[in-house]
Design a protein around this ligand. Sequence first.
Ligand SMILES: [Zn+2]
Length: 339
Amino acid sequence: MEPQRKRWKGSECDTDSWVAYPVLSDEQSQDVELIEAFAAPVLNKKETSRLVRELNILYPLNGLQHIKRVRACKEKGSPHPLEVLVCLIGDAPDMKVTSIDSLLPPDGVRHDGLGEPFVVKVPARPPLTRTQFELASKHWPTSFHEDKQVTVALRGELFSPPQKATMHMHMMTALTAAKAGKKMGMEAVGAVVVNPATERIIAVGHDCRGDNPLHHAVMVCIDLVARSQGGGCYSFDRYPACRWISPGSDTFPNVPDAEASFQPYICTGYDLYVTREPCVMCAMALVHSRIGRVFYGTTSADGALGTKFKIHTQKDLNHHFEVYRGILKSSDAILCGWC
Ligand SMILES: [Zn+2]
């Protein structure tokens, strides 16, 4: 069996029926947090540079380097085209400021050219995505260091049609494994580990928790990858759909390639395709086995890669990986029946 070599065409591979979206961190996904500040109109444009220089000394915007100090006035036809951010409300000497005099000490900033203050809301954190940037900029001008890959991924356009065809094929292999597991009385979840450098499948597994409650499809697949490298802890020989291929071979001999000294540490750099979002145990096993990317179909109520937790984005873990959801998600008739 060499599913990795097959090329899907036409209706066999309807890659337009699904979109792979990235599962981003909470920081990248959350709404824009706003904090209140005092701003004032710049009455004399020629004073702008001096005002900014003096305000930066009196009220430095520590931790808010993403905020621009000056913005164009939003009101059309205003006699004062510029407005300057004076200070955060929390930094003001008196939070009930009514005049620019009470905001600026006489020996700090010369008031020349500044109008009376008013309250504005500014973004508390630098935007991490284009969506956050566009929302933040509606309140106050904000700088943005765009990660173009994230922007394209959020549009669902990161993967080209040929790449999607390959992804489709790998997920179909995982679905076939899920079906085989279900026939043997297991939960209908299938998984495939692929080397993306060669598009070669390293291991295929399905849920085997009838034997052992820990043998979720992902755990089975990781153990099969380890076995392909001469390790592994378990035998899944009685499950013909669970198999591995040694990295140097073209078939599934279920014989580890002991001479392959180039083998990575378990799943380093590999991709995992799994029909259902992994649980916490499986997600942590993916961290420990150094998986490169995870692609899953449907979400799970206890899912640890987006739904209940986002293990792959935990900063205090020593390995992180990309996660994409929605692969073949529109194949509801298949997925709902099996998972
Ligand atoms: Zn699991």
